[in-house]
Design a protein around this ligand. Structure first.
Ligand code: TYD
Length: 131
């Protein structure tokens, strides 16, 4: 199964600066129903540590940098997010952890669903059993 996919978004640049465009079902493989962003996390913090039964996500460091570890219990991949025009797509049912946040990190997350705490699997052993 696919653990994650790197995405490179269109960037329009001119003498006024840069503009990145992300459209649902076009630049990301789902309709965007929700977005949230994570900032102010210390560099030793590990966030995420869960899998989602129903949600797909795209993570973008619109400022600063962070790392994303994705695993299905067998394979493991680590992605470094270093550019605002770069994203990582995470399918349903992968275990993810976000860490190594730079002080200026703003991690934007696009989601395919509205929030439902019931679809989160927050226990790694339970995740492995469900897989
Ligand atoms: P959490 O899932 O722990 O964040 P992360 O995985 O990014 O470290 O979420 C932190 C809190 O915010 C938790 O109480 C649930 C709540 N929350 C929402 O209410 N809606 C949302 O869309 C998200 C992502 C979290």
């Amino acid at each position: 199964m696919e653990l994650c996919r790197l995405l490179e978004f269109n960037e329009k640049g001119d003498d006024r600066g840069k503009l990145v465009i992300v459209e649902g079902k076009k630049d990301v493989p789902f309709e965007i129903k929700r977005l949230f962003y994570i900032y102010g996390s210390d560099s030793d913090v590990v966030r995420g540590k869960h899998a989602n039964r129903d949600s797909e996500f795209v993570l973008i460091n619109v400022s600063g940098t962070s790392k994303v570890m994705v695993t299905d219990g067998n394979e493991k991949q680590i992605v470094e997010l270093t550019k605002p025009r770069q994203g990582v797509y995470l399918p349903k049912m992968v275990w993810k952890e976000m860490y190594d946040f730079s002080p200026d990190s703003v991690l934007l997350v696009l989601a395919s669903t509205h929030y439902d705490c019931g679809e989160y699997i927050r226990d790694y052993d339970e995740y492995l059993k469900l897989k």
